[in-house]
Design a protein. Structure first.
Length: 257
């Protein structure tokens, strides 16, 4: 392949990448405009775990002039992105799949699908299980005479941090399986460092949750259990990719002979 053909091939890849990026952005924009009319209701849905735990007369407040408009808008945009995420990942997969070997596709596609589902599960776990406990604790320890009225912007920042923390936490099985499959670490080594992982789980829980034992435990325990699930799946998934590649090469050489 000469330089001119390489240049044409590179340009064609850039054109395809631009097209797929435009499709992904268009999907987010279309969903956003479809949800725009219900921006306030979407924010209310996000704020419901806190509103349910506020004492009588408690409410959320806006300390900035533009916050009542822009904060629900941000929530709607994030919601649109999450709803469009499967389509966005499909566009990414369609772009990179032609350049992958068969064994790489067999590994990448299930991990990609699992990572999306697990991230959604992590966010759902935070919303339905963790938020009521955390906000109930905060409301319960509020001193007498102090009105608990949280700013809507600060609340959004707080819940997005927890969504991200639990979403990433639920990706642990994917990371563990990937590390084993590419040969970076063995299942035996992962089992050996289990005590350190348990300690690390509680340290991470202390960093990303409010300073109460219950909230920290609600992040640490799932993180540890997901680590164990990753080890179990990795031990059942067969040999590392490097070993599989070597075997495939040997089989191809034998067939050629």
């Amino acid at each position: 392949m000469n330089m001119e053909e390489l240049q044409e091939n590179f340009i064609s890849h850039l054109m395809e990448l631009r097209e797929r990026l435009l499709r992904a952005i268009l999907a987010v924009v279309l969903i956003f405009f479809g949800l725009f009319h219900w921006s306030n209701q979407i924010y209310h849905l996000l704020a419901r775990p806190l509103l349910r735990t506020l004492p009588k007369g408690g409410q959320l407040i806006a300390t900035e002039v533009t916050a009542p408009f822009f904060v629900p808008l941000k929530v709607t945009m994030l919601t649109a992105f999450l709803l469009a995420l499967p389509y966005i990942l499909y566009q990414i997969w369609s772009f990179i799949a032609p350049g992958l070997y068969a064994h790489e596709k067999r590994l990448a596609l299930p991990l990609l699908v699992a990572s999306v589902l697990l991230f959604y599960c992590g966010m759902a776990f935070a919303y339905f299980i963790v938020f009521p406990v955390v906000f109930g604790f905060i409301s319960g320890v509020t001193p007498a005479g102090v009105a608990m009225m949280t700013d809507i912007s600060k609340y959004l920042d707080f819940v997005m941090t927890l969504f991200l923390a639990f979403g990433v936490t639920f990706e642990v099985p994917v990371v563990v399986v990937l590390l084993v499959r590419v040969g970076i670490v063995s299942v035996a080594k992962l089992r050996e460092i289990r005590p350190y992982m348990i300690v690390a789980s509680f340290v991470i829980g202390a960093i990303f949750t409010p300073p109460d034992v219950l909230s920290q435990t609600m992040l640490a325990v799932p993180l540890w259990l997901l680590y164990e699930a990753g080890i179990l799946v990795a031990s059942m998934s067969g040999k590392p990719a490097a070993a599989s590649d070597a075997e495939e090469t040997e089989e191809e050489a034998a067939q050629a002979d």
